[in-house]
Design a protein around this ligand. Structure first.
Ligand code: E4P
Length: 218
């Protein structure tokens, strides 16, 4: 299972990278707008900082605009994946870009049928938004399960990239279902590690190690 960092913050990306925890990065206009810098320079810096794929989203909603933006975005780094919204124009752009061997991540996916269309359009990744679905009383993980089932029925190679992750449980359930990728906010990535019994056990070992050292010194 691959972990992507869901962030446009260079410090977070650098820290996660230092710990060897991430295989790629996903951004969106909201994440880029949160940072106080020129978004294109930032996007290019993120591509440089990241070894794996970096998803950069088109701003246009029309077909020609998406293709034009995609052509510019791929100049920002060799690892750029074009993110298109799951609309009729987005699917058409996905097909055209995939036919030119440009990797596309279909975003804003909220139904299994949208995911089926994304796969048929040749998407490299499909991004079901689990947290946003849970927030309106649906089950994000049920959607992930359905997409994995459909893709396995027809042997689609589109990777299931679980997005809009809010909790470590979303990551755990994604792993149990066999999702290809989870894109994780930095705070949730840190939470994956936390366990009170690890802290308690470490404190006990530290205290006993101190006793052993003291004994050796006497
Ligand atoms: C990732 O590719 C998505 O853009 C992201 O996970 C959206 O998550 P949000 O619901 O936190 O905005």
């Amino acid at each position: 299972m691959k972990f992507f960092l869901d962030s446009a913050n260079l410090k977070e990306i650098h820290k996660a990278k230092e710990h060897g925890l991430i295989d790629g990065v996903t951004t969106n206009p909201t994440l880029l707008a949160r940072e106080n810098s020129d978004w294109k320079t930032l996007a290019a810096d993120i591509c440089k900082e990241t070894k794996g794929p970096v998803s950069l989203e088109v701003f246009s909603e029309n077909y020609q605009g998406m293709l034009e933006e995609a052509r510019n975005l791929i100049q920002l780094g060799p690892n750029v994946v074009i993110k298109c919204p799951c609309t009729a124009n987005g699917l058409r752009a996905c097909k055209a870009l995939s036919d030119q061997d440009i990797a596309v991540n279909m975003t804003l996916v909220f139904s299994p049928l949208q995911a089926l269309l994304a796969a048929k359009a040749g998407a490299a990744y499909v991004s079901p938004f689990v947290g946003r679905l849970d927030a309106v009383g649906h089950s994000g993980m049920e959607l992930v399960e359905q997409i994995i089932q459909i893709y396995s029925n027809y042997e689609f190679s589109t990777q299931v990239l679980v997005a809009s992750i809010r909790t470590p449980t979303h990551v755990l359930e994604s792993a149990l279902l066999g999702a290809d990728v989870a894109t994780i906010p930095f705070s949730v990535l840190l939470d994956l590690l936390k366990h009170p019994l690890t802290d308690k056990g470490l404190a006990a070992f530290r205290s006993d190690a101190d006793k052993l050292v003291e004994k050796t010194n006497h």
